[in-house]
Design a protein around this ligand. Structure first.
Ligand code: IPM
Ligand code: MG
Length: 358
């Protein structure tokens, strides 16, 4: 097993939260004698500043050679004026695509200690534990043709929403497999009343259901799914959807758990080789202030240990340490409610390490 990792801190709060995640990784590495080593690389705006491109060849080579990749976040106002194919986000999309990380797992779990931090009523979110399976290397994010063209003197922006049946089938299988080992309920989200791509999506998901008699498949239009997520989120267990709908619904789901600063993710290829990152972005408004919540990145380390390395004990130890830290009352600003002790990024990371070693 290749235990050499590539760490890509990226931009904005990325480096700050990654510092804390690496403290936690160091602690589990020692405690459980896991034998991980890692090196650091450039991606996004940091890579643009140093090399002129958002995904340097060297980073891609290192990522392909690594056992797994840990990523912070990319993007920021400094690079917003760059043309689309030179933007930091292109680095992230490029590495997802080049490594064929088509399966994006985004669990939204409410820690009971944070029921008050959610903007939804505690009874609506308490006990929430859902998994969004987002297709990550296709759909409108990657469809060709795309661009901004001149249409008789009027500028016209255009993108292409496209999925072939094989792309739908492989993400479908990941979702059915996930549902099988959870509650056995899978909801496929589409817009089959309007978009042909998702008529095919619905057809393939329905076909697959015959192979998974132990899983109950339902279908929902994306607009209704967005509403149901805030109305009665506990009706869902596993949701599967395309790239763009998954991007939107996972941000929405994150707020059920109190903060987008809590949600980790795994992006996997067909061999469970993967990249692990918080679902939040680079948060330029708070970057460098030492106030960002490092827990999503710390929990991404746990997902890495579980999915790419089958180190279940170490993964669970991290999750327990996060829970213990929340029990002790510490909160970063994004998950603070009245009467709690608000701490910064570093203190939160230190507390998780202390809980882990306690
Ligand atoms: C995410 C992010 C990315 C996406 C951006 C930064 C390109 O929003 O991982 O959800 O849209 O996939
Ligand atoms: Mg997003």
């Amino acid at each position: 097993m290749n235990k050499n990792l590539l760490v890509l801190p990226g931009d904005g709060v990325g480096p700050e939260i990654m510092t804390e995640a690496l403290k936690v990784l160091t602690a589990v590495n020692d405690k459980f004698s896991l034998g991980f080593t890692w090196s650091t690389g450039l991606i996004g705006g940091a890579a643009i500043d140093a090399t002129g491109v958002p995904l340097p060849a060297e980073t891609l080579v290192a990522a392909k050679a690594a056992g797994a990749v840990l990523l912070g976040a990319v993007g920021g106002p400094k690079w917003d004026a760059l043309p689309m194919d030179k933007r930091p986000e292109k680095g992230l999309l490029g590495i997802r695509s080049e490594l064929d990380l088509f399966a994006n797992l985004r669990p939204a779990v409410l820690y009971p200690q944070l029921a008050d931090a959610s903007t939804l009523k505690p009874e609506v979110v308490s006990g929430l534990d859902l998994l969004i399976v987002r297709e990550l290397t296709g759909g409108i994010y990657f469809g060709q043709p795309r661009g901004i063209r001149d249409n008789d003197g009027v500028r016209q922006g255009y993108n292409t929403y496209v999925y072939d049946e094989n792309e739908i089938r492989r993400i479908g299988r990941v979702a059915f497999e996930a549902a099988r080992v959870r509650s056995g309920r899978l909801c496929s989200v589409d817009k089959a009343n309007v978009l042909e791509v998702t008529v095919l999506w619905r057809e393939i998901m329905t076909e697959l259901a015959a192979e998974y008699p132990d899983v109950t498949l339902s279908h929902m239009y994306v607009d209704n799914a967005a509403m149901q997520l805030v109305r009665a989120p506990k009706q869902f267990d596993v949701m599967v959807t395309g790239n763009m709908f998954g991007d939107i619904l996972s941000d929405c789901a994150s707020m059920l758990t109190g903060s987008i600063g809590m949600l980790p993710s795994a992006s996997l290829d067909s061999n469970n080789r993967g990249m692990y990152e918080p679902i939040h972005g680079s948060a330029p408004d708070i970057a460098g202030k030492g106030v960002a919540n490092p827990l999503a990145t710390i929990l991404s380390v746990a997902m890495m240990l579980r999915y790419s390395f089958s180190e279940e004990v170490a993964a669970a130890a991290i999750e327990q340490a996060v829970s213990d830290t929340l029990d002790s009352g510490l909160r970063t600003a994004d998950i603070a409610s009245e009467g709690v002790q608000v701490v910064g990024t570093q203190a939160m990371g230190d507390a998780v390490v202390a809980a882990l070693l306690a």
